[in-house]
Design a protein around this ligand. Sequence first.
Ligand code: ADP
Ligand code: MG
Length: 236
Amino acid sequence: MTRVITVASGKGGVGKTTITANLGVALATYGEEVIVLDADVAMANLELILGMEGKSVTLHDVLSGDADIEDAIYEGPGGVKVVPAGISLEGLRKIKMDRLENALEVLVERADILLIDAPAGLEKDALAAIAAAQEMILITTPEVPSISDALKTKIIANRLGVDILGVVINREQHDKTFLTISEIETILEVPVIAVIPEDTEVSRAAAFGEPLVIKNPKSPTSNSVMQLGADLIGEE
Ligand code: ADP
Ligand code: MG
């Protein structure tokens, strides 16, 4: 059975796309057939982080009814397969999120794990990405506004019957003003499954269009993502 896992947060800018890209590559290096799908159709940047912008067929074309999803699957770095959303404003005009479900049926046939990079917020596009998966990873920074938004996303996911695998705390900085792991677990009532440090190399890697787990595989940040991938699939 293919696992469909949405990477969601609530608040924007907390690291969903960064973690989806790097986790996708991590899982592919463990030998899994992985597709990462950029479901953030309005603010797409998975393809930028993976150095894959400018593809001719994207999810925009599929959701506009102008292309088949098979033609929007591309070979990405480290053996991960990627469905880019498309970054043009023009491409957004005709999309219908209702078409996502049919596209996902095809993707599920072609992967062991489908990772979905969700939009922020709880609008229609975010709800479609949440409802599309059986499992969810919640991303938050250790700050109160981010955790508060993650809580709302968690409640919606629970209502939709999505199994929340755990919380990933991103951009951790050993700063006493931040909430601790146990405080975050208490607020969200979900276990913390990874802690990813603040790392200036993350934005540098993004600028190069190369995932950090490939560009800088021995860094603590890459190690945390690799370990998260291993834990998800029960690797040693
Ligand atoms: P989202 O998809 O949730 O909006 P992104 O993955 O686009 O978030 O990340 C938002 C910004 O934060 C980007 O500029 C990214 O480079 C930066 N970022 C993400 N994770 C880290 C980290 N662990 N350390 C430093 N910067 C990070
Ligand atoms: Mg994003």
